[in-house]
Design a protein around this ligand. Structure first.
Ligand code: KG4
Ligand code: ZN
Length: 340
């Protein structure tokens, strides 16, 4: 029997990317992302400006995703949208837009947890691809979260570790800001670190219980290092930028890799799935691939375009919710603190 063709329109608007994607079953037909450059001037996301930008971006981005996918809106089977966690004003744009599409086209409305979507980005079908199998150890590393999760099935998961303060992406961004880099600084720290010595400066990895994380200490240590060193050399940052980035990167990457190893061993999980913007990091990807070989584990790392915020990952969760008939009512409101 021929597999039923299900077209899902995915919408992502939780923070500072407005994105729309079209999926045909588990395959992405289009994935359009409008980044909001305006926040660069402020060194971080300004919530009110983000909601205004979503409001002006959403229709053109959705139209582009439909035309890139070469489909007509009447072919859509359902609309899936991020309903949290995220900024309330930003979430409201995607939430109300999706409700109106659902109502206008008379198709099911599906709400998606943004962190759930980051984890399931590895389920998006592509060539040379093998889907993760349950149960697996999930790791979400992003600008707002650092989480370790035991995933038993599509909709059954348990959070076993979390950050006690800043998220790992926040540590990249805040330390990058101290170096004078634009927001978000993670990708630039990653790039600059490639030519640096990771052992030049020693930074502390916080010792916290079991599977939790903490990044406020490394940020303070990094700030103190810069302040003290600048007293002796006013060009300290410029003269050491590559080594500073490489040393920071080493500390942040080690903090995650160690906890992944600990959790996988304790819970005897040999399938490991990573997601979130920081999983685009070159050193994390390299260390995970090495871990997979050394330990004989299977590690799933999404393609770069599905690591940072995008609607394709919302669409894939939308697809699984569609086939399990997990639909929402039109009175659903955003959940800025949606838990996994
Ligand atoms: O998942 P995401 O797009 O948004 C959230 O849900 O938070 O993650 C954004 C975070 C930012 O902190 C950004 O600096 C970080 O991901 N990031 C990186 C890299 N690419 C993005 N951090 C380190 N290395 C990268 N290559
Ligand atoms: Zn995200």
């Amino acid at each position: 029997m021929k597999k039923r063709e299900i077209y899902i329109l995915g919408i992502e608007s939780s923070c500072d990317e407005t994105s729309a994607a079209v999926l045909l079953n588990e395959k992405v037909l289009s994935n359009c992302v409008a980044n909001q450059e305006i926040h660069k001037d402020y060194g971080g996301v300004v919530p009110e400006l983000a909601s205004r930008a979503h409001q002006s971006n959403i229709i053109p981005v959705v139209e582009k995703s439909l035309s890139d996918a070469n489909i007509n809106k009447n072919m859509l089977s359902a609309i899936a949208f991020t309903n949290g966690p995220g900024l309330l004003g930003s979430l409201l744009v995607g939430n109300s837009f999706s409700k109106s599409i659902s109502l206008g086209l008379n198709i099911p409305l599906i709400s998606v947890n943004h962190m759930h979507a980051h984890l399931f980005a590895s389920f998006i079908s592509r060539s040379d691809f093998r889907k993760p199998s349950f149960p697996f150890l999930g790791i979400n590393i992003s600008g707002g979260h650092t989480q370790l999760i035991i995933v038993k099935d599509f909709f059954e998961m348990k959070l076993i570790g979390n950050t006690l303060d800043d998220a790992i992406g926040e540590a990249y961004d805040k330390c990058g800001k101290i170096l004078g880099l634009d927001y978000p600084a993670g990708p630039m720290v990653d790039r600059l670190s490639l030519q640096g010595n990771p052992d030049k400066f020693s930074l502390p990895i916080a010792k916290v219980n079991d599977f939790d994380f903490s990044y406020s200490g490394v940020k303070t240590a990094f700030q103190n290092l810069i302040i003290e060193s600048k007293l002796k050399d006013s060009n300290f940052i410029k003269n050491n930028i590559h080594d500073l980035c490489a040393s920071l990167q080493k500390c942040l990457v080690e903090s995650v890799i160690k906890k992944i190893e600990l959790a996988a061993e304790k819970f005897s999980l040999s399938e490991i799935v990573i997601g979130g913007g920081v999983s685009a990091n070159s050193e994390i990807r390299k260390s995970l691939k090495k871990m997979a070989v050394d330990k004989n584990w299977k590690v799933y790392i999404p393609p770069i375009e599905y690591t940072t915020d995008n609607a394709a990952m919302i669409g894939i969760v939308g697809y699984y919710k569609f086939i399990h008939k997990k639909f929402d009512e039109l009175n659903i409101t955003p959940s800025p603190r949606f838990k996994i």
